[in-house]
Design a protein around this ligand. Structure first.
Ligand SMILES: C[S@@+](CC[C@H](N)C(=O)[O-])C[C@H]1O[C@@H](n2cnc3c(N)ncnc32)[C@H](O)[C@@H]1O
Length: 259
């Protein structure tokens, strides 16, 4: 398993290997969404460029929760998601329209929402504390099972933007399997790789349970102005959760980043 205390050069050398492998296996025009902490922006962009990817957007995921305080510079409130493609133009890009609440400075209500931009400020992260809400996976005694569990809403946006029904999605660092949970509900196939057997068990349990908190349906209304929504996100997908798609769950025996 990757060790967070490895020197930067080792980590980024390993990440380059991963990004190069993913590039090799991606179809022409296929997309990668590479999420990193803001402090790693420079390395993340370099890593993608060196491994052949073409940057399309540097997405700012502005956390709706509190900032990480910092004594000698501004507190940190966002994470980056570099969206890049294999080749200059994406094989497909579904332009999503959302219907965010009207800001006080906007006096006229919108008739049909707005297209998404590269600033995502409407997705709440699952904090480490109590406020993580129902979506956070917990043990019977209430402890979080994985502190880096991504919100369903984040993967929903990524998968809807860059895939159509029947496409394949790869998550080489699957964690609690949020990518697979969302892909399955959207009728996309997924390949999840997760090194920790404990996490793989969490993924299996999560898939089997089909929790209401994992349903993507509560977001559908928010995207209702998206052109061709029915093609990108068929209504019937909701009824097929857990049955329709192929999912491959893989626990690698060989590890990267360790001697
Ligand atoms: C940031 S978490 C992913 C969280 C995930 N997005 C979710 O929603 O739960 C990264 C995961 O990568 C896994 N991991 C670390 N090194 C790995 C490796 N070499 N191969 C596969 N998985 C690895 C860790 O065990 C961890 O669960």
């Amino acid at each position: 398993m990757f060790d967070d205390n490895l020197p930067d050069e080792v980590y980024w050398g390993w990440m380059e290997e991963v990004c190069a492998l993913v590039y090799e296996r991606t179809c022409p025009g296929g997309a990668i969404y590479f999420m990193q902490r803001e402090k790693n922006t420079e390395q993340a962009l370099r890593c993608l460029r060196k491994t052949g990817w073409t940057l399309q957007n540097l997405i700012i995921w502005l956390k709706r929760t509190s900032a990480v305080p910092n004594g000698h510079r501004f507190g940190k409130r966002y994470q980056i998601i570099a969206f890049a493609t294999k080749g200059d133009s994406p094989r497909l890009f579904n332009r999503l329209r959302i219907d965010p609440p009207l800001r006080p400075e906007h006096r006229q209500p919108r008739q049909n929402g707005v297209f998404l931009t590269d600033c995502w400020e409407d997705i709440r992260e699952l904090t480490s504390g109590y406020f993580a809400g129902d979506e956070a996976l917990r043990s019977p005694t209430g402890e979080r099972l994985h502190l880096q569990q991504s919100p369903v809403a984040l993967l929903l946006r990524i998968i809807l933007s860059s895939t159509n029904v029947g496409d394949w999605v790869l998550d080489p660092f699957a964690g609690t399997g949020t990518t697979g949970i969302v892909a399955e509900q959207l009728q996309r196939n997924s390949l999840l790789i997760e090194i920790s057997p404990a996490n793989v068990e969490i993924i299996r349990g999560r898939l089997a349970e089909q929790r209401a908190a994992d349903s993507v349906q509560r977001w559908r209304h928010y995207y209702r102005f998206t052109p061709d929504l029915e093609t990108v996100w068929p209504t019937e997908a909701a009824q097929r959760w857990g049955t329709a798609q192929q999912m491959v769950l893989f626990e690698p025996k060989d590890t990267y980043g360790r001697d």
